[in-house]
Design a protein around this ligand. Structure first.
Ligand code: HQG
Length: 180
């Protein structure tokens, strides 16, 4: 299996396990899907995915997007969901002083008015390093990295969570905590 095929399958898994499970699989509230059901549903859609491929994708995902349960029966995306069937209980944590959010310059006007909104996903996604944030922002246009005064937010009662892959999550970032 070429790295291009693995990458394409990883994107398909992200889509199904985060956003669109309606291919004949069920996600529980913590995001878990039965692997046999997932592979059967993918086959019905004309995608040949086997357990070895899943293991390789989980092990090699650059952002550690997926996890397989300890009994080997289930797989999930660890964060990034938009589907209403999932509402993960992420680990609440005290954030570092600063976190970063990468976005596109064309969104700045609206962000100045509304702050950072979760959009279709369940949370606003923040990273611990500016480099990751630049790559995230590039997906939508000319990137800009915003600095978020996360610790100050936390001290004022905003909750922060960290997914198993290190991505920081919060519900909303008012603009007064954002440095351009
Ligand atoms: C923007 C990737 C206008 C926001 C990454 C972003 C991440 C606003 C877009 C994860 C806004 C939402 C999530 C406002 C926010 N007005 N635009 N008020 N507030 N936005 O894809 O953070 O590779 O839902 O800046 O690593 O880009 O997929 O969120 O540009 O962790 O594993 O609205 O996805 O991970 O876009 O990315 P998204 P995101 P993966």
């Amino acid at each position: 299996m070429s790295s291009k095929q693995l990458d394409e399958t990883s994107k398909y898994l992200s889509y199904v396990l985060r956003h669109e499970p309606h291919i004949g699989i069920q996600l529980d509230t913590e995001g878990w899907a039965n692997i046999d059901d997932l592979l059967a549903a993918a086959t019905r859609e004309g995608r040949i995915i086997d357990r070895d491929m899943l293991q390789t994708i989980v092990a090699t995902s650059d952002k550690k997007r997926f996890a397989i349960s300890s009994d080997g029966q289930r797989i999930r995306a660890v964060q990034g969901h938009s589907t209403a069937s999932v509402s993960r209980e992420h680990c609440e944590k005290v954030p570092p002083e600063l976190l970063y959010h990468g976005t596109a310059t064309r969104f700045l006007g609206s962000i100045r008015e509304q702050g950072l909104m979760a959009g279709s996903r369940h949370h606003v996604h923040l990273s611990q390093d500016a480099q990751t944030a630049t790559a995230v922002g590039q997906r939508y246009g000319k990137p800009i990295v915003l600095e978020i005064e996360a610790l100050r937010m936390h001290q004022q009662g905003f909750k922060f969570f960290q997914a198993e892959n290190g991505v920081w999550l919060t519900d909303h970032v008012p603009f007064c905590f954002i440095r351009e």
